[in-house]
Design a protein around this ligand. Structure first.
Ligand code: RB5
Length: 145
């Protein structure tokens, strides 16, 4: 089944967003781009809240967000119920984000890791399932409401 993946960034993650988008499209994914659409300075919540809302309302299963450090976008997305955004900077962390914490959004630091590594992390993230079991009990304890 062809997967539809939403992606969003600010200017700090724009170049990496374009790179990941192009490579995923080349592999047959359909990408829904929530912006931003240039290097011009923007406020990351303006792009990330709409994507996170779409994940929270189950319009999409998994999403990708980027800014310079990855922190601003991750903090924004995690304000939404049922969104678990994980800041990832290596392959193992991206894998554990899915296996152990059932993350449904990967947050990437666009200014601090190589683009090809970021793409490999995205591929691992999209192709790894939640392990459940003891991890499910822990994930269920994360939410406050
Ligand atoms: C933008 O300059 C930068 O602050 C932003 O991309 C991000 O790193 C915030 O967490």
């Amino acid at each position: 089944m062809k997967k539809v993946i939403p992606i969003a960034s600010d200017h700090g993650g724009f170049e990496m967003k374009e790179y990941i988008k192009n490579r995923l499209e080349n592999e047959g994914f359909e990408i829904i781009d929530f912006g931003t659409f240039s290097n011009e300075s923007v406020d990351y919540p303006d792009m990330i809240h709409p994507l996170a809302h779409a994940i929270a309302t189950e319009q999409y299963e998994l999403g990708i967000i980027l800014c310079g450090s990855g922190n601003g976008v991750q903090m924004t997305a995690n304000k939404h119920p049922n969104v678990r955004a994980a800041l990832c900077w290596n392959i193992e962390i991206a894998k554990f984000a899915r296996e152990h914490t059932n993350a449904n959004v990967i947050a990437l630091p666009g200014r601090f890791i190589p683009f090809d590594l970021a793409f490999e992390m995205v591929k691992i993230f999209l192709n790894t399932s939640f392990s459940g079991g003891r991890h499910e009990l822990r994930v269920k304890k994360i939410g406050l409401f």
